[in-house]
Design a protein around this ligand. Structure first.
Ligand SMILES: Nc1ncnc2c1ncn2[C@@H]1O[C@H](COP(=O)(O)OP(=O)(O)OP(=O)(O)O)[C@@H](O)[C@H]1O
Ligand SMILES: [Mg+2]
Length: 489
């Protein structure tokens, strides 16, 4: 936190203190067998070295979305007593929902917060400030770290800083929305970060549904042009006769029907970014004009006589093989080389298998929220089907698949039979090619048995009750399917 009045000497001692804290924390964490004990010693260190009045590490269950307190010192959070869906104080919930830090400058002014700060270490009625930050795992909050600090007048600034932080995050919004941890997508993140700062023309290539438009957004919103317009034009969506007037605008009387002058999208994007989608579909005459714009950095409205200087970054995208279009004479080589200065390849989903379930979880959450459904998780067989399918339609196909499965899902779990038939074929699931009724029913039954065991953590009596059957039948069935209940403990 910036504090401009800090003297260099003081700064130095602060620095030393921080280093000493880090050292102690790393020692507390090294070679631990018991994470809970280790977290407690970390919170102790914070308390001793930084006058922290209370602190906690809160963890969200990936499957159930329940939160619980992994370790706490001097704080009384509802989630300490039991796992819960909401922490009741609003702060933890807010951090986990938004993935953003929350700072409350004065606890005394927030009555609902006062009860979570216990008396230990307070003695007097000093006021406290409360800060909670998200712990991100794979681009989603896995929990929070929360601290209560003695209130200092200058912590008023916290609220402002928090506001500032939020602004920054808003700018990064589109970037944070891209889900994925695999090596190929990480390379994309790096390229986006690298090119965003510059004014270079970017060409994004990749199969349909791989996220090209999303990448274009990310570049714009991470660039110095973020606050200026992002304008999209799709060469495939506009008829040939319209594309030029859309791009460059026209003067009054340029053609029949042009009763007033109109700005084109290049002019509308002034200071910002023009995203030219499906560039492979651009007709030859427009290709020539576009090349000229890229060279001269100026446009001419149709029917106009003067050139208009423009300051626009161009991002182009296509799923077409531009090299073969060039060979066939359908795409100009000179334009191609102008555009391909910086090329980003959006990787197909089948080449980044580790991202499939990250994306699937993300879409389950998104569509469950949208359709007001409560979905706890995806069953193991369904996960197998999702991860072994080859996804010719890439992320868009996955997104549609998940939305559909959320809609047809009747319980809290997405099962294999909620997925479309294309995912149920031999190549996709690695199972038999044509499933008979008996086989399908067996697969479904095995699914249900395993789910019940998962819910009850391997307790067979409880699992039987959950399925409204007897323990004897349940045991008979899991023996028949060779399911080992102990595995679910
Ligand atoms: N990495 C990702 N994380 C989250 N959502 C994604 C990701 N990639 C793609 N999507 C989603 O998938 C859908 C398709 O993405 P997008 O429209 O960017 O693809 P595209 O490459 O432009 O496809 P097309 O070539 O068909 O126009 C969108 O709804 C987008 O939000
Ligand atoms: Mg697109």
């Amino acid at each position: 936190m910036a504090n401009t009045t800090v003297s260099p000497v003081k700064d130095h001692t602060n620095e030393t203190r921080r280093l000493a804290t880090l050292l102690e924390i790393s020692q507390a964490l090294s070679g631990v067998l018991n994470l809970k004990a280790a977290l407690h010693s970390v919170l102790d260190i914070l308390e001793r070295r930084h006058q922290v009045a209370g602190s906690a590490v809160v963890v969200v269950d990936r499957d159930t979305k329940e939160i619980h307190v992994e370790a706490a010192n001097g704080l009384r959070l509802p989630a300490q007593r039991a796992r819960t869906r909401s922490d009741g104080n609003g702060v933890t919930d807010k951090v986990i929902d938004s993935g953003k830090a929350v700072a409350v400058p004065r606890v005394s002014q927030e009555p609902h917060l006062a009860s979570i700060v216990s008396d230990r270490g307070r003695g007097d009625a000093r006021d406290l400030s409360y800060i909670a930050v998200p712990v991100m795992l794979g681009r989603r909050p896995a929990g929070t770290i929360e601290v209560a600090l003695p209130y200092k007048a200058d912590r008023h600034k916290l609220a402002e800083e928090n506001e500032h932080l939020r602004d920054e995050l808003r700018e990064r919004y589109a970037f944070r929305n891209i889900i994925g941890n695999s090596a190929p997508i990480q390379q994309v993140y790096e390229q986006v970060a690298q090119v965003a700062r510059t004014n270079t023309t970017v060409l994004i290539r990749g199969e349909s549904g791989t996220g090209k438009e999303m990448i274009a957004h990310a570049i714009h919103y991470n660039s110095p042009r973020a606050k200026k317009p992002f304008i999209k034009v799709s060469a495939a969506a506009l008829p040939e006769s319209l594309i030029e007037s859309e791009l460059f605008g026209y003067e009054r009387g340029a053609f029949t029907g042009a009763q007033a002058a109109k700005k084109g999208r290049f002019e509308l994007a002034e200071g910002g970014t023009l995203f030219l989608d499906e560039i492979g579909d651009l007709n030859p005459s427009t290709q020539v004009k576009l090349l000229r714009v890229l060279q001269e950095r100026e446009i001419e409205r149709l029917g106009g006589t003067t050139s208009i200087k423009i300051n626009v970054r161009l991002i182009a995208a296509t799923h077409q093989p531009l090299e073969s279009l060039m060979e066939e004479g359908r795409f100009r080589a000179d334009l191609y080389y102008r555009l391909a200065v910086f090329t980003i390849f959006a990787p197909p989903l089948r080449e980044r298998k580790p991202d499939i379930m990250l994306l699937a979880d993300h879409f389950v959450e998104k569509y469950a929220r949208e359709h007001g459904k409560r979905i706890r998780r995806v069953s193991t067989p369904a996960i197998d089907m999702l991860t072994s399918y080859h996804w010719p339609g890439n992320v868009r196909e996955l997104e549609n698949t998940i939305e559909r499965s959320v809609l047809v899902c009747d319980g809290g779990v997405i099962h294999g039979h909620h997925l479309p038939p294309t995912l149920q074929t031999a190549e996709a699931s690695g199972t038999v090619s044509r499933q008979s009724l008996v086989e399908s029913v067996s697969a479904f039954e095995r699914d249900l048995l395993q789910d019940a065991l998962k819910t009850t953590r391997g307790n067979r009596a409880q699992a039987a009750r959950l399925l409204d059957t007897t323990e004897r039948i349940f045991n008979y069935k899991i023996r028949r399917y060779a399911i080992d209940a102990k595995r679910f403990k």
